[in-house]
Design a protein around this ligand. Structure first.
Ligand SMILES: [Mg+2]
Length: 319
């Protein structure tokens, strides 16, 4: 999901770890050391060290969330793992055609989910784009090197228009989508990138080897259906033409907008995602990719996150 939903706009204004803003210590040799320098070579050496140290000091630290998502083997393995499961699930669905889609029927609730009937419609999968299929490396580099800068929708829009070559596919995606297409299942992207930037958004996906993505058929963007950043209207439109056998995303709104209901508390949202019939969907029609860098999951107070009865008591060693 691109950052253009109101909820994601605020969540893309990433809460940085304070360490992410630190610029590290400046190199400060004492005058005594300098006075003892004898040779020109030593002076040049010290000058280079000063230059290198100052240059390093001006380079912001990479936020730990970006180190993990874009740099770590752990994140690469995690996304390959998700795409292996996604591919295997879809290939099995293609062999044993399901009665129901994995798209919630209109009027459904999370407590008692009901699904769109498939009828005889052709099979498809629906994926989000950003940080589900594409890594937005150029945009995130720009963010990483400007710590503390607030999210700016216009800067994101400019990225959609000009950043098609500074992306990479999420590990595992290209291979999995190829196998899914070869099984006769249509791959459809549903993104909150803007329809006004359809050509460059197509180019980003196709250039990364994730296509074919064609606006109006296999690429749905914000503006293609009513509802603004809400994805349910686009999922409903896709479901009128296809039986959607699996969905993938990095935000819960990539599966149903019910997770983005106004006023939903962090603990309640977590409970809805992890209990009852919805809990059974993860890895079983709904496949989620990890994204600690931005999004709807990055909120919550101490009381939201840590249950009162699960804190380490002070009289037993906690502080
Ligand atoms: Mg996304």
């Amino acid at each position: 999901m691109a950052a253009s939903s109101p909820l994601l706009r605020s969540s893309r204004a990433k809460s940085r770890d304070p360490a992410g803003r630190s610029r590290g210590p400046w190199f400060s040799p004492s005058l005594e050391i300098v006075s003892r320098l004898r040779s020109t070579r030593t002076v040049w050496g010290l000058g280079f060290a000063l230059f290198a140290s100052a240059t390093a000091a001006q380079t912001p630290a990479v936020p730990p969330t970006m180190q993990w998502l874009y740099g770590s083997g752990e994140a690469g393995a995690t996304s390959i793992q998700a795409y292996h499961a996604f591919r295997d699930y879809v290939l099995a669905a293609a062999r044993h055609r399901p009665r129901d889609s994995v798209v919630l029927a209109e009027g459904s609730t999370l407590a008692a989910p009901r699904f769109v009937r498939c009828g005889r419609r052709p099979l498809a999968v629906v994926l989000d784009v950003d940080e589900t299929a594409l890594q937005n490396l150029g945009y995130e580099y720009d963010d990483a090197t400007h710590p503390g800068r607030p999210y700016d929708q216009e800067r994101w829009n400019a990225w959609e228009r000009s950043g098609a070559n500074q992306v990479l596919p999420i590990p595992g995606a290209v291979t999995a989508l190829g196998a899914i297409r070869r099984a006769g299942v249509t791959v459809i992207f549903n993104s909150n990138r803007l329809a006004a930037n359809a050509a460059t958004n197509e180019a980003a996906l196709n250039g990364a080897g994730l296509g074919p993505a064609r606006h109006g058929s296999t690429l749905w963007l914000q503006g293609d259906a009513p509802g603004g950043s809400a994805k349910d209207p686009r999922r409903a439109a896709i479901s009128r033409r296809f039986c959607v056998v699996a969905m993938a995303g990095d935000q819960l709104g990539d599966f149903t907008d019910l997770f983005n209901a106004r006023g939903l508390s962090v603990p309640e949202r977590r409970r809805l995602a992890t209990s009852g019939a919805v809990a059974d969907l993860w890895g079983n029609g709904w496949f989620v990719l990890s994204n600690p860098v931005y999004g709807t999951g990055l909120r919550g107070t101490i009381d939201d996150i840590f249950p009162a009865d699960r804190r380490w008591p002070a009289d037993q060693g906690g502080h």
